[in-house]
Design a protein around this ligand. Structure first.
Ligand code: FMN
Length: 203
């Protein structure tokens, strides 16, 4: 029987995993993870999350090439040496191609409420992105439950159109994040957390 301490331990032992074994992840496991992700709470229960799943090498290669080109253009605007740019671009490319499963989490605003004024439009947009993020978190926990490792990668936020075009994603699906998933090579130590007294006020 799973006890409450077991569940806390489960939640506290999730780690961002960035190095994966080459082993394939069965399709049924990927589907179970996505299914569990959809049990996340969402504003008005509109479920604005959408997922693109990549497991084929050519698809991952194509995405990593497109994202690398944009990443390179961005880094060239910063004050960074060309060696450093090449290193960072190659690392980013290898992370995508080296992950057995790549999931792009998208946001679809089309079923969210529409408002005539900017203030409420902005609030509704943020509420929708919060909802999509919940699915992202639940996806990582579901992967953890399957003995998989995963990491949330924010680079699609800096290359939304590029990702959309590279994967031929419907235009209303806005890329928000990328999840790299696979069986972990190792489990890194827990990263330090702020103390409760620094981040919580009990009134
Ligand atoms: C919104 C968000 C964006 C993140 N972006 C990246 C990223 O681009 N690359 C990366 O390696 N990790 C990324 N992470 C993972 C964090 O670095 C990680 O969660 C944090 O360091 C705590 O480590 P832990 O997940 O192992 O507890 C991101 C996490 C979140 C929630």
């Amino acid at each position: 029987m799973t006890t409450t301490p077991d569940l806390h331990a489960f939640l506290r032992t999730r780690r961002s995993i960035r190095r994966f074994k080459a082993d394939r992840v069965p399709d049924s496991v990927i589907r179970d993870i996505l299914h569990t992700a959809t049990f996340a709470p969402s504003a008005h229960n509109r479920q604005p999350w959408r997922f693109i799943v990549l497991t084929d090498s050519p698809a991952k290669q194509h995405l990593s090439d497109a994202m690398a080109a944009e990443f390179q253009r961005d880094l060239e605007k910063d004050n960074i040496s060309s060696e450093e740019i090449t290193k960072r671009v190659n690392r980013s490319r290898e992370r995508i191609t080296g992950a057995p499963v790549v999931v792009i989490l998208c946001l679809d605003m089309s079923e969210m409420d529409a408002y005539p004024d900017a203030r409420r439009k902005k609030a509704e947009y943020i509420i929708a992105t919060q909802s999509a993020a919940n699915a992202g978190m639940q996806l990582l926990l579901a992967a953890h439950a399957e003995g998989l490792g995963g990491v949330w990668v924010c680079s699609p936020m800096f290359a939304q159109e590029t990702v959309q075009k590279a994967l031929n994603i419907p235009t209303t699906w806005e890329p928000q994040a990328m999840f790299l998933l696979g069986y972990p090579v190792d489990t890194p130590p827990v990263r330090e957390r702020k103390k409760l007294q620094e981040i919580a006020i009990f009134l």
